[in-house]
Design a protein around this ligand. Structure first.
Ligand code: 16G
Length: 245
């Protein structure tokens, strides 16, 4: 039974379910009780139960499977917006197994917009790679990276399924990623991205654009990525500016 008369019932049930998920009482992949069971257990209507569950699905704590029920989701991956890391490093730090599907690699004439970002001339040839990034076999992000340095065409011969791009840039090509500027923008998955990311068109995603700099502040990569909104959370710590008096 729900006790607190001040808080809406759907909210109270949501907090109860959230408690079970965040304390690990209900484990990722485990089915949660059916709507009917929750109605009976807490003495509330089906509509109220549905509202709590829908919010938890939208917030990424639960997921629904057609015809099967509602399950506890894997906790979101929290990425700190402080350090410059690549996908492989990031996943390994979280004990997740990173894998990559290379969708295509090619040499690509730089367009005007990218030329400005990479501080090169439009038309100059860049190495371009489109990759689907997975953790524990689950698709998380779709990335398109444009890489620019003298001799970048040699990257065409690299095995980007087995090797990390950042490790190659650092250890083999002498252009270590040292700093980056990054923008995040909320959006909705388009048809093609949704198919690759195993979500529905219109599901929430994060569009991320990154310019990565190597030695002497020279841009080496411009990457555009689409991250699944239900799998990622970004974290940053903010300091209050010192007063000028
Ligand atoms: C990250 C970067 C991407 C970079 C990749 C290298 C973001 C938004 N993007 O996914 O720009 O190309 O890492 O990963 O974080 P790798 O070293 O595993 O190939």
């Amino acid at each position: 039974m729900l006790k607190n008369g001040l808080l809406p019932r759907y909210y109270q049930l949501k907090e109860i379910i959230l408690g079970k998920v965040t304390t690990g009482q209900w484990q990722p992949g485990q089915p949660i009780p059916s709507e009917r069971e929750l109605c009976e257990q807490y003495g509330i209507s089906r509509m109220t139960v549905r509202q709590s569950i829908t919010e938890l699905v939208n917030e990424g704590y639960l997921y629904r499977e057609q015809g099967k029920g509602t399950f506890v989701a894997q906790p979101k991956i929290t990425q700190q917006l402080i350090q410059l890391t690549g996908f492989t490093e990031d996943m390994q730090a979280r004990s997740r197994r990173p894998t990559t599907r290379v969708l295509n690699t090619q040499m690509w004439p730089c367009d005007k917009d990218t030329a400005g970002k990479l501080r090169i001339k439009p038309g100059q040839m860049l190495f371009r790679v489109q990759r689907l990034r997975l953790a524990d076999d689950e698709p998380l992000a779709l990335e398109t990276a444009l890489v620019s340095f003298m001799g970048c065409e040699k990257l065409l011969e690299e095995d980007l399924v087995a090797s990390s791009l950042y490790t190659l840039l650092e250890t083999k090509y002498g252009v270590p990623p040292l700093e980056a500027e990054q923008e995040l923008e909320a959006g909705l998955a388009r048809e093609e991205e949704a198919g690759l990311l195993a979500i529905m068109a219109g599901d929430p995603v994060l569009f991320i654009r990154r310019i990565t700099y190597t030695n002497r502040g020279r841009p080496v990569e411009y990457a555009q990525s689409v991250y699944r909104g239900d799998k990622y959370r970004f974290y940053t710590r903010l300091n209050r500016p010192q007063s000028k008096v």
